[in-house]
Design a protein around this ligand. Structure first.
Ligand SMILES: Nc1nc(O)c(N)c(N[C@@H]2O[C@H](COP(=O)(O)O)[C@@H](O)[C@H]2O)n1
Length: 186
């Protein structure tokens, strides 16, 4: 669990706020995977919970909004890959890396606009991906904020040499295509 003093971090929550582009729910950062457009990083992340079920993946990525994509995903929870809790951080890292790779000008601008401040996803109740309000500070694992900070450093260190690779885990499959073998989305 981490503590973030309010005066030394930037937060995001609503996709319409100043740093809203950092949210996985933010529109305007589409991702193309092997001829299939995925509207948000959230939809890609949710779809990758179901590598063995392309039909569920399609329902998720064709959802009208990322919130609905997440809701549909939750509905099919019992079909989630069994190792999901062990691989979810690597999958999330991959999703935001691809988001940056394919939206390099726009997303890098939002990311770099955070300077060196801590990035925190402020939530009401999700102390895993974000952090909750504790008065003068936020408290949570803030996994998404931390992955975004890592990504910011990686990109800032080598803006012209920003390369990514698929996660080093089994079964990263999207609509029947193994993303570790077919790399044309990179
Ligand atoms: N719908 C929603 N409301 C919030 O307040 C949130 N903080 C989030 N978080 C995002 O949901 C994703 C994680 O989903 P799982 O719980 O692992 O299915 C991730 O993108 C969080 O940033 N969502």
């Amino acid at each position: 669990m981490r503590i973030y003093k309010k005066d030394s971090c930037i937060t995001f929550r609503s996709t319409k706020s100043d740093f809203g582009g950092l949210s996985n729910m933010a529109p305007g950062y589409p991702i193309k995977i092997n001829d299939n457009w995925v509207k948000t990083a959230e939809a890609l992340y949710q779809a990758l919970k179901y590598p063995y079920n392309p039909e569920i993946q399609k329902r998720i990525i064709f959802a009208n909004s990322p919130i609905v994509a997440k809701r549909i995903s939750r509905y099919y929870e019992k079909f989630e890959r069994p190792d999901w809790l062990n691989v979810r951080y690597k999958i999330m890292k991959f999703c935001i890396e691809v988001k940056l790779k394919q939206n390099i000008n726009t997303f890098s601008k939002v990311l770099l606009s955070t300077d060196n401040l801590a990035i925190v996803e402020y939530t009401n109740d999700d102390k895993v991906w974000g952090a909750i309000d504790k008065g003068e500070y936020y408290e949570g694992i803030n996994a998404l904020g931390r992955l975004l900070m890592e990504l910011r450093e990686k990109y800032r260190d080598a803006p012209n040499g920003y390369f990514i690779s698929p996660p080093n885990i089994a079964n990263v499959t999207f609509l029947g295509i193994d993303l570790k073998e077919n790399l044309n989305y990179l």
